[in-house]
Design a binder for this molecule. Structure first.
Ligand SMILES: [Fe+2]
Length: 346
């Protein structure tokens, strides 16, 4: 079954941040010095929240960090407006959330990177010389995969728990959005027979699989140094999310279910991604101004960007990624892989 590449098109979902009704004060929750405005809720499940009351001019006190992590565990995606953070403070806050940050591989040379900061990923559309990414350049095609539903870095054997994306500069003309799906609710509302069928599956994740899906002409055959830099990784499909509920660890990077053929694997993987990204589980975060920041948990959500388009205006967004240090950080063990039908290469 062909994957759902219609998701690559620009669209905005009904649930949004900020909410369309400006009079949302009645839904605000006050917790100490912080104010939480949930983005959307269904029954007992809350997903996404705008957070106010963090003093970004100072180092964040440890007790506020702990409070934010507890809020993050519940909502999965936290949005902060007009933070005023620069690269150094963006990195410093990220380092308060975990021992290590992911290192940028600089596929096309650190000297060609606008930020040249190994702890940040330049995921905007601006080149070193200030021009916008050229249509049909390798960077353009690489970014197309970001418009497919995914979690960041599931193709690493030590995966990443959080991503923090910060906007600099002017907003994009015509608006820009990042979209988030609540995989915990997606899992919860699967038929019980499907839950039983997938309980013990192990998935092979490969960055080059999602690049190929989004851009077969350019990434049908990745370059040798690209393949070497990012070999595949293996993670269990059904996991327990930080809030204690079951979830699916899924992404467009998911290439193969161990023990199944490639075709069977893709059919099941995209059936599950399509299920979990129905509009009823999704909201769109609007980027309103420089300083806006979103912090999401890759272990209990999926996200996607809007793809590059023509014409487009400059978009300067930078991402830090915090490595997982929890019990599932290193994915499936060799024994789990063998039990799931893994055939180790000689
Ligand atoms: Fe991403």
């Amino acid at each position: 079954m062909a994957p759902s590449l219609d998701h690559i098109n620009i669209r905005v979902y009904d649930n949004t941040s900020p909410p369309q009704e400006e009079d949302d004060e009645n839904v605000a929750i006050h917790e100490g010095t912080l104010t939480i405005k949930p983005v959307f809720q269904s029954g007992k499940s809350s997903f996404g929240a705008e957070i106010y009351g963090v003093d970004w001019d100072q180092a964040i006190p440890p007790e506020i960090v702990a409070q934010l992590v507890a809020i993050q565990d519940k909502y999965g995606v936290l949005i902060f407006r007009k933070t005023g953070l620069d690269n150094a403070r963006h990195i410093a806050f990220s380092q308060q959330l975990g021992d290590e940050l992911e290192i940028n591989p600089f596929f096309y040379g650190r000297e060609n990177d606008r930020l040249k900061e190994p702890l940040l990923f330049d995921v905007g559309n601006i080149e070193l010389d200030g021009s916008l990414v050229k249509r049909d350049s390798r960077r353009w095609h690489h970014s197309l995969g970001n418009a497919l539903w995914h979690t960041d870095s599931s193709y690493h054997q030590q995966r990443s728990k959080y991503s923090i994306l910060l906007s600099h500069g002017n907003p994009v003309e015509g608006g820009s959005w990042t979209h988030f799906a609540d995989i915990r609710r997606g899992y919860e509302e699967l038929p019980e027979s499907k839950k039983a069928e997938i309980e013990d599956l192990v998935i092979e994740h490969d960055l080059w699989h999602s690049r190929k899906l989004a851009s077969p002409a350019v990434f049908g055959n990745p370059l040798p140094h690209e393949l070497k830099a990012k070999p595949p990784a293996f993670h269990r499909l059904v996991q327990v999310a930080p809030d204690g509920r079951k979830t699916l660890y899924l992404a467009a990077h998911a290439k193969r279910v161990l023990g199944m053929s490639f075709e069977e694997s893709q059919k099941l993987i995209w059936e599950l991604i399509d299920h979990c990204t129905q509009p009823k589980y999704v909201f769109s975060m609007e980027w309103r101004q420089g300083g806006d920041m979103v912090w999401w948990d890759n272990r209990q959500s999926m996200h996607r960007a809007n793809p590059y388009a023509e014409p487009m205006t400059a978009r300067d967004v930078r991402r830090s990624t915090i490595l997982d240090d929890g019990p599932l950080a290193f994915g499936a063990s060799k024994d789990e892989k063998l039990a799931a039908g893994w055939l180790p290469s000689a």
